[in-house]
Design a protein. Structure first.
Length: 371
């Protein structure tokens, strides 16, 4: 068994953090690679790792460039005889590649979305150079994200590859649940439209709210819920927009939730109104649960969904198109059922956790063999 160190520098909930935890635990289950995990502190990621049977190594990071953090990662690599470093997100990739250089260990860096590449100017160029010179392979979760990154960084295409995220389709499976509907007092005859993801600019929840207002003018049977971490100025702006649209009693920000497979099985329709998505884990999770999806053509979703075959795709920023697609699913029960069935079939064929882990295992073996 070979040892791999997984590095991420965030502690809160999110798609990249979920994949980080799932990959590390999935490798341990298969027992070809033994996972060690380095994270900057306690929180959601820590709890997810512990729940999956992993013992996180705390490596705090402070400031724009922290030599103590670099030394801590170097010590972990040496102490546990790590043979490969796997990083997620931009900052962790910079430090991970520096650590790999110091220790003579190959590095694989994974990027999950355009926000992974922050800022501009000389400082960002220097970070790109570290990753370009250090990483054996840079992984992207979708082809659209790879195109964006290559255009921004100048990374050679042959040193990049795409590995789609995967989910556990034995957990995310159709199993109708009413717990959230009961909590929100959603009636059996009402249509619950949900969105999943932390409140961030790229999620474009203003489009979701505007689509909700359009739908309620069409039919008063709709209820709406946004599930994810909600705080800060953007959240306050969205609350004000909700109130201006007269949606106080119809749209709920339900906050961060566990057991997302149960949450999704409360939805009649799942939406993604994002302006930019590297992949969209929530779309795949909803499809696996047999919930039809309406998603914007924001990057990742159109590499997951074939329009009108496994879901419905609409243009970015168009609340009208989002509303029309959702209304179609309400008035065409045959289409609703067909997309639900075909969506799950697609996930089982292309987007399972086993498939993702096996892809990373092959890549690791290739990188260690080349080193």
């Amino acid at each position: 068994m070979k040892n791999v160190l997984h590095v991420i520098d965030t502690t809160g909930p999110g798609g990249a953090e979920t994949v980080f935890a799932q990959l590390a635990s999935g490798l341990n289950i298969r027992q070809l690679w033994r996972s060690f995990v380095a994270i900057p502190g306690t929180g959601w990621v820590y709890d997810a790792l512990v729940a999956n049977g992993l013992e996180p190594i705390l490596t705090p990071r402070r400031g724009a460039f922290d030599l103590r953090y670099l030394r801590a990662l170097r010590n972990v690599v040496r102490q546990h005889r790590v043979e490969l470093i796997q990083t997620h997100l931009f900052a962790a990739s910079v430090y991970g590649n520096l650590t790999g250089f110091l220790c003579g260990v190959p590095v694989v860096s994974t990027f999950h979305g355009q926000p992974d590449v922050p800022g501009n100017g000389r400082y960002r160029t220097t970070k790109f150079e570290i990753i370009k010179r250090g990483a054996k392979k840079v992984v992207f979760v979708s082809e659209s994200l790879r195109r964006f990154f290559l255009s921004e960084s100048g990374l050679a295409r042959e040193r990049s590859m795409v590995i789609a995220n995967g989910i556990d389709d034995s957990v995310f499976a159709p199993s109708r649940d009413a717990s959230l509907r009961e909590e929100l007092q959603v009636g059996d005859n009402e249509v619950l439209v949900g969105a999943v993801g932390n409140v961030r600019p790229a999620k474009a929840y203003d489009v979701f709210l505007k689509a909700a207002a359009i739908l309620l003018r069409t039919a008063p049977v709709y209820r709406f819920v946004i599930v994810g971490e909600a705080r800060g100025p953007l959240y306050q702006d969205l609350l004000r927009l909700r109130d201006q649209l007269g949606l106080q009693s119809r749209v709920t920000f339900a906050g961060l939730r566990g057991r997302m497979h149960r949450v999704l099985n409360n939805f009649d329709v799942c939406t993604s109104t994002s302006s930019s998505e590297g992949f969209s884990l929530s779309v795949v999770e909803a499809m696996a649960c047999g919930v039809p999806v309406v998603a914007t053509k924001s990057g990742g979703p159109e590499e997951i969904i074939t329009d009108n075959e496994s879901g419905l795709l609409v243009n970015v920023g168009s609340a009208e198109q989002v509303a029309r697609a959702i209304e179609r699913l309400r008035v065409e029960p045959g289409t609703h059922g067909r997309l639900a069935r075909e969506g799950r079939k697609l996930v089982q064929a292309k987007f399972t956790l086993t498939r993702m882990v096996e892809s990373y295992e092959r890549l690791y073996d290739e990188c260690v063999g080349a080193a």
